[in-house]
Design a protein around this ligand. Sequence first.
Ligand SMILES: *Cc1c(COP(=O)(O)O)cnc(C)c1O
Length: 424
Amino acid sequence: MTGFCYRNGVLHGEAVDLRMIAGELGTPFYCYSSELIGERFAAFTDAFADMNPLVCFAAKANSNQAVLATFAGLGAGADIVSGGELARALTAGIPAHKILYSGVGKTAVEISAALEAGIGCFNVESEPELLALSSIAAARNVRAPVSFRINPDIDAHTHAKISTGKYEDKFGIPIGDARRLYAEAARLPGIDVVGVDAHIGSQITCLEPFDSLAVKLAELAGDLIRDGHALRHLDFGGGLGVSYLPGEPPAPTPEQYAAVVRRRIRHLSLKPVFEIGRFFVGPAGVLVTKVLYIKKGRNRTFVIVDAAMNDLIRPTLYDAYHHIQPVEKVATEMPAEVVDVVGPVCETGDFLALQRSLPPLRPGDLLAVMTAGAYGAVQAGTYNSRPLVPEVMIRGEAFAVIRPRPSYEDMILLDRLPPWLQPS
Ligand SMILES: *Cc1c(COP(=O)(O)O)cnc(C)c1O
């Protein structure tokens, strides 16, 4: 059994009892199923197999070295958005030629490092970036492989904070400027035009935006090929959604997505490229937390747990729904209660769930916050001097700590006292 399922009333990650990890490590902690990551990667890759795609993992969704090394082992490439992610991807063993570099603010130092490594493609997001990239590459006597990230002005029908393909968003170049900028790029000494790229948003749960995107990218690619550009690939970005509610129909399946892409690019001999984050790792992770107190307010009941917004910011940042279930199924006749699940952080916005129906809980009970493998641990911080939450990876009956919980001393030693405050 892959992923997270109940066995004899206890939630397991693959074959591991989550209570056991909590006993060894304490709470809260993130926990990932490596088999489920592999399954989801295979499901996607298989659906597109006839198109010989390059399937990259968007590292920002979960950049733990063990997760990246898992993807390296699966043969994935990586979509990176910083020099830090470049270093992580290379260290994890992802081949440089399968690394794509996206992002609106690449620095000269980051560009040099990516050229040095010999990455597969820079997804350029503006004309000034193109000029900077060309001069840095020319000074090194190399040509940077380039796609422009196209902003197609498509509404991805997702939360405003994760929509990236509309003209109001900071990403990409307007599609109407593409032919002019490609012509300019082709004349620059440090640039080798290799593809066309887009990424219109995240948690996209209907096919239509993907279809509109495929139509627009295919049309543009056709124009660019007629203009004389030797394109090799067409990058559709990421964004494939997942279901956060049990019983909710899954977002478009990889097969449905593949059918759309196949239909729209059939006539072009271009390699499709994908930058998938959430779909691969979201459902493959949970955040396990412990109930500290049940606090009855005047008109609300608060379940106070030991995980907080600094560990998982998605509920308060994106109004995201994460299903929450007890690690031990509660065998009781008592009715479910509507509660707010909140953390210890001193912010009203510190919640994991509001007005949620949960079985009756007691202090000490363990809860699993589901579908937390993407944009969870990577967005964690230490606000309120709460040490970064540890991460665990499960494979079959084995589990390993892939990031230990820092001690208070580890945390404090990251700071330095200026000379005038040091004890003499
Ligand atoms: C975040 C991001 C992705 C991944 O998005 P998901 O919704 O997690 O698949 C892909 N490409 C770029 C450029 C991104 O910024």
